[in-house]
Write a protein that binds this ligand. Structure first.
Ligand code: ADP
Ligand code: MG
Length: 381
């Protein structure tokens, strides 16, 4: 793979003829649908003024660099693929630029474009994989994690921006230093002003509905699905990652608010409190609603659906009538940890959790309010 990395780096350096005089790529740290992410050194930095170093020397010297140098001299280069629309790329960079300097949000250093190739330059943030620490966090670690995350979101939301993809992979947390930063504004959007938040289904996206209405083969409905569904599908932005989508996103509500980010924070919190990650995992929106219903019960799901002019029907018999208790859920799934955290801590954390995972998005806590929650002020007890 070192060979492959070298090849890839050579290819990129050939494409970005100007890049080499600023940055030398040393490692690949991520690859997604829309981007590849590399670790790089700033070659203008005095220490790296070793123009005779080739990539292999740097790779071999990786350990030494790590020991000798503070991590701040490393950069992250995010190469956004050409398959992304130019609007999407521009939006990611503009939003990063607008938010730059906000606490707990990754600052934008610069960006390069050559022809259709775009490279975003960010500082390298040493962080730990969520899977490596989510089961061993102490209460103070949890507090730091969510204080950083809510601080980031407070700034993002104040700027009238929706992140839309809050999840552990996009919040880089350094376990040892207990600090975290929000990254990846690839799906972020400016919050649209609500003109019609509760329009009846039939009035929504008329054109879209007409275009997508087509003959459906009669098929036996799988368990839990509405039989002979002849209604037209509703199109709404449902970007994000499975398991983290808020109920209003799953219900295809057209006007979405910053509350969808807070729901996703709640999903991370429930993962930590119950030691289950991922907590929700269904691939499909209808199944995801069933998963949520299993926690909140049929009564509240039906109420939530009707808030958005939707109906919630199911023949899944295991869904309870009323909601499960989050405290009992934590005790049942993560008893040892819950006891070690202490009763008051768990009660505060669960209270915050209940305020994030509110089905009705208009009643969900805001990031700013969350920071004032007693969970973050334990000495006040
Ligand atoms: P994508 O749109 O492909 O998900 P991200 O911006 O989320 O792109 O980056 C993908 C991964 O790269 C992240 O999950 C993280 O592991 C790593 N990464 C991104 N930005 C940084 C950074 N500034 N410092 C260190 N690692 C980063
Ligand atoms: Mg990402």
């Amino acid at each position: 793979s070192e060979e492959l990395l070298k090849e890839e780096v050579t290819e990129i350096m050939d494409e970005f003829t100007t890049l080499g005089s600023y940055y030398q790529l040393v490692d690949k740290i991520g690859e997604g649908t829309f981007s590849s992410v590399y670790k790089a050194v700033d070659v203008r930095h005095e220490y790296y003024d070793n123009s005779n170093w080739d990539l292999s020397t740097i790779c071999n010297d990786y350990e030494r660099i790590n020991l000798d140098q503070s991590s701040s001299s490393f950069m992250t280069l995010k190469r956004i693929y050409v398959t992304s629309s130019p609007e999407r790329i521009t939006s990611e960079i503009e939003i990063l630029h607008q938010l730059s300097g906000s606490e707990c949000v990754v600052p934008l250093i610069t960006a390069f474009r050559q022809m259709d190739q775009v490279m975003v330059v960010l500082p390298y943030l040493p962080h730990d994989d969520f899977r490596a620490f989510y089961r061993s966090m102490e209460m103070d670690d949890i507090r730091c994690y969510f204080r950083c995350l809510f601080t980031a979101l407070k700034h993002v939301h104040k700027n009238r921006i929706l992140h839309r993809d809050i999840k552990p992979g996009n919040f880089l947390f350094n376990y040892k230093y207990r600090t975290g930063m929000l990254v990846d504004f690839g799906l972020a959007q400016v919050v649209l002003k609500s003109r019609q938040s509760n329009v009846p289904l039939s009035l929504m996206n008329e054109k879209e509905n007409m275009r997508s209405s087509h003959f459906k083969e009669p098929q036996p409905a799988p368990v839990g699905y509405y039989k002979n569904d002849s209604r037209n599908p509703v199109r709404a932005n449902r970007a994000g990652t499975r398991g983290f989508r808020a109920p209003e996103v799953l219900l295809r509500v057209v006007h979405q608010t910053v509350a969808i980010d807070v729901w996703a924070v709640g999903v991370i919190l429930i993962s930590i409190l119950t030691a289950r990650f991922p907590f929700f995992q269904s691939e499909d929106d209808a199944d995801a609603l069933i998963e949520i219903a299993t926690i909140f019960g049929l009564k509240e799901m039906k109420e939530c659906a009707s808030l958005h002019n939707r109906t919630f029907h199911t023949n899944v018999t295991t869904i309870p009538k009323t909601r499960l208790s989050f405290i009992k859920l934590c005790m049942a799934l993560n008893k040892q940890k819950a006891e070690a955290w202490g009763e008051q801590n768990v009660r505060d954390a669960v209270d915050l959790l209940e305020k994030c995972l509110v089905l009705d998005c208009s009643r969900r806590i805001s990031a700013e309010e969350a920071l004032d929650h007693p969970f973050f002020h334990p000495s006040a007890h």
